[in-house]
Design a binder for this molecule. Structure first.
Ligand code: URA
Length: 240
């Protein structure tokens, strides 16, 4: 197994970051620095140390959380706001959010200690479909919907095409369903604002075919091995 994957699986860093740690000489195998990013090891036989600490491969866990609004989806917040980790009552492993949801966004968030899985879910090349329900100001017309669907210029580049449909129309607002493969910072918020329909509320309702069914806000469940495998298989089919 590649050393970088081993480190990623142990929750030390993403695979790419682990390669940097290897090149920096911070990783030792059987007492000697491993300085090549493609270094391979035999798990359970070779002893791996990171910054002098022995690394043992943790059991991989995969959590589906229904993130409520009003908490932050990172492991630490310098402003002291509550993080999603505080919601995981009986989880002893060090897990990380797979991607981000904004402080005021609610809905499905995966957390895991499997760096390789996180990379598969987050990297745009694997085209993981994320479904959002966006309550926006005003009623978007065909022009705005077409712009959202075809892709649009944002300050960090053009967005990929999205699937967009209007779920409900109210007097002065509308609820849209938006499916995207990318995961740029505040992407849905910026897309809606750019077509003149700022967000009022945002909820992520699905990641691929995983939904919030049976998981109330603030609660979570573990993914089954079959669910994890099917997410991985789906991502790898999209490898370009
Ligand atoms: N897009 C956003 O604007 N916010 C999120 O939290 C997720 C996607």
């Amino acid at each position: 197994m590649r050393l970088a994957k081993y480190l990623a699986d142990a929750g030390i860093a993403s695979r790419r970051k682990a390669e940097e740690l290897i090149i920096q000489g911070r990783v030792r195998v059987n007492g000697a620095p491993a300085l090549e990013k493609g270094y391979t090891i035999v798990p359970g036989v070779d002893q791996v140390e990171f910054d002098g600490r022995l690394i043992e491969k943790e059991e991989s866990i995969y959590i589906l959380l229904n993130k409520p609004a009003g908490c932050i989806s990172s492991v630490y917040d310098p402003q002291g706001r509550p993080t999603v980790l505080a919601l995981l009552k009986d989880v002893t492993q060090r897990v990380y959010p797979v991607g981000r949801l904004d402080y005021d966004t609610e809905g499905i968030l995966l957390l895991s200690n499997d760096g390789e899985f996180s990379n598969l879910m987050m990297h745009p090349r694997y085209e993981t479909t994320k479904t959002y329900q966006a309550l926006v100001r005003g009623i978007p017309g065909e022009k705005a919907l077409t712009t959202l669907r075809q892709g649009m210029e944002l300050e960090d580049g053009r967005t990929a095409p999205a699937e967009v449909q209007v779920l409900n129309q109210y007097e002065d607002r509308a609820r849209l369903e938006i499916k995207i493969h990318e995961g740029r910072k505040r992407q849905v918020k910026r897309m809606c604002a750019a077509v003149g329909h700022p967000l009022i509320e945002l909820k992520r309702t699905a990641i691929e075919n995983l939904t919030l069914r049976g998981v109330a806000p603030g609660e979570y469940r573990f993914l089954s091995p079959g669910e994890v495998q099917s997410l991985k298989d789906k991502a790898l089919r999209h490898r370009r």
